[in-house]
Design a protein. Sequence first.
Length: 238
Amino acid sequence: MGSAALHPSYENRLPYAKILFYKVSPAVITIALSKGRIFDETLPLLNAAGIRPSEDPERSRKLIIGTNQREVRVIILRATDVPTYVQYGAADLGVAGKDVLDEQGGQGLYQPLDLNIARCRMMVAVRNGFDYQRAVRQGARLKVATKYVQTAREHFAAKGVHVDLIKLYGSMELAPLVGLADAIVDLVSTGGTLKANNLVAVEEIAPISSRLIVNPASLKLKRKAMQPILDAFFEAVA
């Protein structure tokens, strides 16, 4: 590989990572994305790098999508799987939400840039009329439903609140309505879904946005090919 210099803002931040396998030819750059909002809001960044996917993943059943550049392809994954594919070298880079990275730990990944897309908030929400603050002050043990178990555990532990965490995979808003939980921890964008289900947000845990994630070994082996993409992302977000 050539010795092209890294962008100065991430030159010295490459972490050590143990890569278990590396199956893709160094000539091909694989970008991992999830359908929906992250894909849609990443498109302008890809365009800035001169990359245009050949198909719309919402209309295509293909999981590997070519682009206008022969050496660049996009793979379509569940949002929670994007960090795993990048970590183990099945993808060279990707875009993942901070919620997923925080929940999974983000080990073995280089996270050089907050893309400031797919912005929302991680919140605690309860049924309208439930006095959350009073329950916390009185030391009540709360039942909390969420798919972000690690994030919720760390949040309530830091506050000294005793909770029983209930792992769910969807329809979080239903849990307080049918007595499964006192509260939920979930992503909130506009708050419309909470309002429609008679819930209110009572506490913000963290602001959430999507990050560029990079496989460290890929950056070493494919530096010359990847650098223009990384530079374009940095310039588009600046």
